[in-house]
Design a protein around this ligand. Structure first.
Ligand code: FE2
Length: 223
């Protein structure tokens, strides 16, 4: 199965991109502190979000393939909520956070944005992503604009205005590493505009109830 990179563009469509980032041929370690220093450097020097995200996708893949221990830094999903989060880095006044998450099969997420850019790498499992756009400016009603399936090794990146929902495919949890930037927009949850979605919305509402506490308690740690 080909490993892919994705950018979710300004109107919510998934764009396949050239795969970037591998372990250095010399075998030199790319450690977490290298990654964090590079992250700071990229955002100081590069103003273009698309270019930034391409660079960060490569850095995340390089980090995961070099500092292999990060792939195991995760707890299984909580049986009550269906997910778990493990903070890998979160420093006051440092505008980026790094976390691993595990999401159980079958539980759809609410439709949401993140209010910031993000880069997500799939460590194991398979995740179906659906992308949405507002039916009109400022509306909380959305319509689907695209979808993609992410497999282990794939890396996806999105902008602050990206709206998506996820569902894990197969019978194993999806484990992902996520990098989020500083929030520039309000985090919101949305509803699909069409009416024949009762089952999806009911499941998503349940997931949203479970998400309320951790989102309020830990800004920046979103699924
Ligand atoms: Fe998300």
């Amino acid at each position: 199965m080909a490993v892919l990179d994705w950018l979710i563009n300004e109107i919510g469509e998934p764009e396949p991109c050239d795969r970037v980032g591998e372990i250095a041929p010399s075998g030199d370690y790319y450690r977490l502190y290298h990654f964090l220093s590079d992250l700071e450097r990229v955002f100081k020097k590069e103003p273009n979000d698309r270019v930034r995200l391409t660079m960060v996708r490569g850095m995340v893949r390089q980090l995961l393939t070099s500092s292999y221990w990060l792939q195991d830094a995760i707890s299984p999903p909580d049986p009550k909520t269906g997910w778990s989060l493990t903070k890998l880095y979160d420093e006051p006044f440092f505008p980026w956070t790094l976390q691993n998450s595990a999401w159980a099969p079958g539980l759809p997420s609410p439709i949401h944005n993140h209010g910031t850019w993000g880069v997500v790498a799939v460590i194991s499992g398979q995740e179906h992503n659906t992308f949405w756009r507002r039916v009109s400016p400022g509306s909380s009603q959305v319509e689907q604009v695209g979808e993609c399936i992410l497999n282990a090794g794939d890396v996806i990146s999105f902008l602050p205005q990206t709206i998506h929902s996820i569902k894990v495919l197969g019978d194993k949890p999806a484990v992902t590493m996520k990098v989020y930037g500083k929030m520039t927009e309000e985090v919101q949850y949305f509803q699909q505009a069409s009416a024949d979605i009762a089952a999806h919305e009911a499941a998503a509402d349940l997931a949203l109830q479970n998400l309320t506490i951790p989102i309020a308690a830990a800004e920046g740690f979103l699924l």
